[in-house]
Write a protein that binds this ligand. Structure first.
Ligand code: IFM
Length: 449
């Protein structure tokens, strides 16, 4: 038996816009994702988050489902525009009441709530003012965070400021494939800085709040970058890719500086960041959340984009997202973060996979590929703990199938199947298996084969 440490938090993760539905109910304001998904051409098949998993109305059943799975913890996000329809100013108490009920139900079920304050649904009213490209957003976010610490901090001990700031800035402001759909490097680099500043200001607000014994951190999507060959050019390309994908956010948070390599490469486009901002960004956190899905393999490609790199396809296997399955990357990443950033407390705040699941006539979903994906990643996490990494929990992405951003409902990540026609939930084979792992707090020796 490969045992995990006593008290290890096994959980699942979701995000508001991806599961809740009813985005404008009870006085909520429109988010940038509401606007983006309602603009033709942005999301596959024209899908929107209007109904999603209808969790806003079915939350009771969903908490019962979590209890059935035996989850120890649940990571979810609060929709900023439900609570503050204009992003700042008047509080929408009815919207906030939803999260009060959810938190109470989780605690009642013995499930530890982890709240993510921002998982991509910026209030549209703040986007009208420039969104993350406007420096003022740091103050708006800190005020919103302080409100939630005040209202929910008596019961919620675990807080995550931002989910994947790199994705917010790169996919939303530079590549234009996520809301708000911009293709503007200048704005994107400012968005990175303002996201991190907002994070730092929220951590400071947390320390000044009344939350007793609470802990706060941030969730980053990290992907180790490997060179396609041993040539010096490819090694340098992998370093550039690593600086952009990983160190761009890790270094300022843990060391208070941006990677010099990027400052030089972006040159005039790089934002002038006052030293005081960097000190705020580096305000100590209590844990780091890591979202790991895959790795990158890159080669030097003169003239290709601002990094002059190109991805080199690997033989696989791959998930339905086209992402290479590379569990060893999780071990290497965890050990590296531990070694290079002072051995912080870590959680895997997301790991999981999309596959083309089918609800069989028998009524079951036999997702052996997902089960195998999870099993292989759990083994690497266990290896990392044995190597001294301070990993305290693991959240599978996702509790249930949901709105996969620009892919709409075409990609299924859940360990619970959602029949979108009826909203029936069916625990997949991987979900039944996960329940056993949680109950045993470990993997059977047979699992290690
Ligand atoms: O669905 C997303 C989630 O919102 C953020 N991390 C990656 C997941 C899978 O793409």
């Amino acid at each position: 038996m490969l045992r995990f440490p006593e008290g290890f938090l096994w959980g699942c993760a979701t995000a508001a816009y991806q599961i809740e539905g009813s985005p404008l109910a009870d006085g909520a304001g429109p988010s940038i994702w509401h606007r983006f998904s309602h603009t033709p051409g942005n999301v596959e098949r024209g899908d929107t988050g209007d109904v999603a998993c209808d969790h806003y109305r079915r939350w009771r059943d969903d908490v019962a489902l979590m209890r059935e799975l035996g989850l120890k913890a649940y990571r979810f996000s609060v929709a900023w525009p439900r609570v503050l329809p204009d992003g700042r100013g008047a509080v929408n108490e009815t919207g906030l009441a939803f999260y009060h009920r959810l938190v109470d139900a989780l605690l009642e079920a013995g499930i530890v709530p982890f709240i993510t304050l921002y998982h991509w649904d910026l209030p549209g009213a703040l986007q009208d003012l420039g969104g993350w490209a406007n420096r003022d957003v740091a103050g708006w976010f800190a005020d919103y965070a302080a409100l939630l610490f005040d209202r929910l901090g008596d019961r919620v001990r675990h807080w995550i400021t931002l989910n994947e700031p790199w994705c917010v800035a790169h996919l939303g402001y530079i590549a234009g494939v996520h809301a708000p759909g911009m293709r503007d490097l200048w704005a994107g680099l400012r968005a990175v800085h303002h996201l991190l500043l907002a994070h730092g200001r929220a951590v400071q607000a947390f320390r000044a709040s009344n939350v007793k014994k609470g802990r706060i951190g941030i969730t980053l999507n990290l992907a180790p970058q490997y060179p396609a060959s041993r040539s010096e050019a490819d090694l340098a390309a992998a370093q550039r890719a690593d600086a952009y994908h990983n160190r761009l956010v890790l270094d300022p948070i843990f060391s208070g500086r941006y990677p010099e390599l990027l400052v030089r490469r972006f040159n005039d486009a790089w934002p002038d960041a006052p030293q005081a901002d960097l000190e705020t960004i580096a305000t100590p956190i209590d844990f780091l959340g890591i979202n790991y899905y895959s790795r990158g393999v890159v080669a030097h490609a003169p003239g290709a984009g601002f990094l002059e790199t190109r991805s080199v396809a690997q033989p696989g296997p791959h998930t339905a997202m086209g992402w290479e399955i590379y569990p060893e990357g999780l071990f290497e990443l965890l050990v590296r973060i531990h070694g290079e950033y002072g051995g912080p407390t870590l959680y895997i705040t997301e790991n999981g996979a999309a596959f083309d699941d089918r609800l069989e006539p028998s009524g079951g979903v036999h997702d052996t590929d997902r089960l195998d994906y999870l099993r292989r990643h759990f083994l690497q996490a266990h290896r990392a703990i044995e190597a001294g990494v301070r990993l305290q929990g693991y959240f599978v992405w996702s509790l249930m199938d949901n709105f996969e951003w620009a892919h709409g409902y075409s990609k299924r990540f859940g360990i619970v199947y959602v029949d979108y026609e009826t909203q029936r939930r069916v625990i997949k084979q991987s979900g039944h298996w996960y329940r056993e792992i949680i109950a045993r707090n470990g993997l059977e020796n047979g699992d290690a084969v």
